[in-house]
Design a protein around this ligand. Structure first.
Ligand code: NAD
Length: 308
């Protein structure tokens, strides 16, 4: 299949690189001109542990004339989705499937405005990556990626993407229940991210402290309550177990969750797509989420005063 990555930052470059190395035709699209120019001039540099490799992968900062793709892998930050989909609408044809592996639910709230639901695939991944600078990413993390159709069930397009990701070394499975998967990841991220971003503790420090666990459990409970009102079975025990595993000091406890990294680097966070989105949905049901609201407001202040 012909594949485009839209938003070729940390994760987009990583996924694009693996697909490219497995022999697939991939184009990296990104509006960040210096990054694209560096990839065009010197290649994409992938740093992994103590080694590095450079890939001569195609990159562009605007749609290439006449090119449409079987899959557009959407990997901008959630808050950049609208702008990316309107700026790059020409790469999306009538048969293109758009695949969001973004965190939060803003992606799946926004996508149906641009693409019929039948051609939207959503997923979550435990792989991770960091942007080192223009043209360079550091890859880490491993695990599993879950993919699902927004309308549920299976289709040749989702099966082909599953096979393609697996062939590229990304362990991937198709999940039947996208909404449960996305909401449980949302509960996970809406708790670990603001708690570490505001305390500036790493995952192991915040996630093993009794007060950190209590706070995260309160946030997860609120997110689950909103999910339940929408008919989605968000399993709080399962999310708390995932958090415990992610925060085990000997496993990956020194990890800095992405929102903490954003705050440390003075970048805008994804708070709107996480706690912000949950608070808005809760408002539709007249529900108040005091823990989410308090953390949301504090991170929002950081975004508005320090974020770029
Ligand atoms: P990132 O900021 O490194 O990459 C986003 C890229 O999108 C940037 O290169 C940016 O220039 C580009 N972009 C912004 N606006 C654009 C536009 N209008 N048109 C085209 N390109 C545009 O972010 P990331 O860390 O790769 O995260 C991407 C998504 O993946 C987020 O939703 C994040 O939560 C999720 N995610 C990240 C990781 C990780 O380890 N980095 C892991 C799992 C999920």
């Amino acid at each position: 299949p012909r594949i485009a990555v839209l938003g070729a930052g940390a994760m987009g470059s990583r996924i694009g690189a693996h697909l490219f190395e497995a022999g697939y035709a991939v184009v990296l699209y990104d509006s960040w001109k210096d990054h694209v120019a560096e990839i065009q001039r010197n290649g994409l540099r992938i740093v992994h542990e103590h080694s590095a490799r450079t890939l001569r992968i195609k990159a562009a900062s605007r749609p290439l004339p006449g090119e449409v793709y079987d899959y557009v892998l959407l990997l901008t930050k959630s808050g950049q989705t609208d702008e990316a989909l309107s700026g790059f609408r020409d790469i999306i044809g009538t048969d293109t499937h758009v695949v969001s592996l973004q965190n939060g639910i803003a992606g799946i709230e926004i996508l149906p405005r641009y693409i019929p639901k039948e051609r939207i695939l959503a997923g979550v991944t435990t792989y991770s990556s960091d942007l080192l600078g223009p043209g360079a990413v550091q890859i880490g993390g491993s695990g599993i990626t879950y993919l699902s159709r927004l309308t549920g069930g299976s289709s040749p397009a989702v099966d082909l993407l599953e096979a393609t990701f697996n062939a590229a070394g990304f362990q991937t499975v198709v999940s039947e229940d996208a909404m449960q998967m996305i909401w449980e990841k949302l509960a996970f991220n809406a708790s670990i991210n603001p708690v570490t971003a505001l305390t500036r503790l790493n995952a192991g420090e915040a996630g093993t402290h009794p007060l950190g666990i209590e706070l995260m459990s309160s946030i997860v409970g609120e997110v689950a309550a909103v999910g339940h009102r929408l008919g989605i079975n968000v399993r709080t025990d399962e999310v708390m177990n995932q958090l415990r595993r992610a925060c085990e000091p000997e496993a990956c406890g020194d990890h800095l969750p992405s929102m903490l990294q954003d705050v440390l680097k003075g970048r805008m966070t994804e708070i709107e797509a996480l706690n912000g989105a949950v608070i808005r949905l809760a408002g539709d049901f007249g529900m108040d989420l005091p823990y989410n609201r308090a953390l949301y407001r504090m991170v929002k202040m950081l975004d508005e005063i320090k974020g770029t």
